[in-house]
Design a protein around this ligand. Structure first.
Ligand code: UD1
Length: 420
């Protein structure tokens, strides 16, 4: 096990480069199973979630070689089996995208019920509704989801909740289906558009990704034989923007798509922080105490739930009482008890955190409860006086490439050390 030792209270200053988007990468990796020919994927983030996904695909028989830590070449997408029941698959939530891609390509798949970060119940009823509507038989027995179809037939599917995962899975399953599929009330996150762009580059016919209705005209095969570069990670960019603001810093976040960060940018400006868009960069500068804010997380283009824990840190040191409401997940405040150890004054009322801003946080020992909660605690440690130790780094390693090196380049005093 490893931990970070952070000597906080130093403003972050300088420039940071953003990597490829984790959530786009782990949707595009299973999508390569739909491609008949070769493909090259560039700007892959070098994070443990991506490395594990590649190992799962290799274990299934897919021939993938690394051309660099951020680029792979896929030579052969045939699998040895459509039963994905081995250990690595069980441990990875995003392995449920294999349902859509293997069902789409081979009309048969078995995948364990997904695990992953614990934000309360994480049903997959909308995924199953979509597969069933496409003519598949889906069963759930002993923690294994099985889906089979003689042939998949396009239809219109209305999602009862806006679900990123269900939109992705139905997209994957319908690309090679007969006829036309419409996904109504679809999620609009940038990584859904990125997945659709990848599939179209490989030969699919998808229109409307990024809107409420996605139209997928089934094609016979995806020839591939081309390269695709993954979009920058909006959550990584947002994490550095908040880290800059929380430490009273001055940071240029480079290689991002500012449009994807509009909801965060407008909140930061409302709180009195200077945010300037400059092409594919965002300049964040904070030279006074931020003001309170009221925020509710929502599906894109609303304020992202994956930025909620990081934002809570900034609100913890803002002037006044803020209300931060979680509108996507049932329970996403596991990090709060850890943040309180640093002196944050937060109470939870239902799905809202009521945050009375304090002047300073003070270093302590904290456990990272999940990926974004871990990022939030690291930001808190950077902003706090004295020393903070953050344990359970496996979570942040799942989603942030070279996190401590990037922070060090911005002047942070942060060290990764082994825990006996
Ligand atoms: C994805 C992201 C995750 C982010 C979330 C919301 C990935 C790998 N993960 O997760 O980081 O926090 O989007 O932006 O991209 N729901 C149902 N039935 C379903 C599916 C979902 O009721 O069949 C509910 C969920 O319980 C939740 C809401 O819909 O309340 C949103 O979930 P969803 O968008 O599916 O999240 P994920 O795709 O799992």
């Amino acid at each position: 096990m490893e931990k970070f030792i952070i000597n906080g209270g130093k403003p972050l200053k300088g420039e940071v480069n953003i990597c490829g988007a984790k959530n786009a990468a782990i949707a595009i990796l299973p999508a390569i199973l739909l491609v008949k020919g070769t493909c090259r994927i560039e700007n892959l983030p070098n994070i443990s979630d991506v490395k594990k996904y590649i190992e799962v695909l290799q274990e299934l028989g897919v021939k993938i070689t690394y051309e660099s830590p951020n680029e792979i070449f896929v030579e052969n997408t045939e699998v040895n089996s459509t039963k994905c029941l081995f250990e690595k698959c069980r441990k990875m939530r995003a392995s449920y995208y294999l349902l859509g891609s293997l069902l789409g390509r081979y009309k048969s798949v078995e995948v364990p019920f997904p695990g992953g970060c614990d934000f309360g119940t994480r049903p997959i009823d909308q995924h199953i509704k979509g597969f069933t509507a496409l003519n598949a038989q889906v069963t759930l027995e002993d923690g294994i989801i099985k889906a089979n179809a003689k042939k998949l037939v396009g239809t219109s599917i209305y999602l009862d909740v806006v679900s990123v995962g269900a939109t992705i899975n139905i997209l994957l399953a319908s690309v090679l289906a007969e006829g036309t599929t419409f996904i109504e009330n679809a999620a609009k996150e940038p990584h859904i558009v990125d997945l659709a762009n990848f599939l179209n580059a490989m030969g699919a016919n998808i229109k409307g990704a990024g809107t409420d209705t996605i139209k997928i005209q089934g094609v016979k095969e995806l020839p591939g034989n081309t390269a695709y570069s993954i979009i920058p990670d909006q959550i990584e960019a947002g994490t550095f923007m908040i880290a800059a603001a929380a430490t009273g810093g001055d940071v240029i976040v480079k290689n991002c798509i500012p449009k994807h960060l509009d909801s965060l940018t407008s909140k930061l400006i409302e709180m009195g922080i200077t945010v300037e868009e400059m092409g594919d960069s965002i300049h964040v500068k904070c030279d006074k105490r931020p003001q309170k804010a009221t925020i509710k997380t929502l599906p894109y283009p609303g304020f992202p739930t994956d930025m909620q824990p990081q934002m809570a840190v900034l609100l913890s040191i803002a002037n006044g009482t803020s209300i931060l409401t979680e509108g996507v997940w049932e329970n996403r405040f596991q990090y709060v008890s850890e943040l309180q150890k640093l002196g944050a004054n937060i109470r939870i009322e239902g799905r809202s955190a009521i945050i009375e801003g304090v002047k300073n946080l003070t270093g302590s020992f904290v456990n990272s409860p999940d990926l974004r909660g871990g990022a939030a605690l690291i930001i808190a440690g950077l902003a706090a006086k004295n020393v903070t130790e953050v344990y359970n780094l496996d979570h942040v390693d799942r989603g942030y490439e070279n996190f401590e090196q990037k922070l060090k380049n911005l002047g942070a005093k942060i060290e990764r050390v082994k825990v006996e």
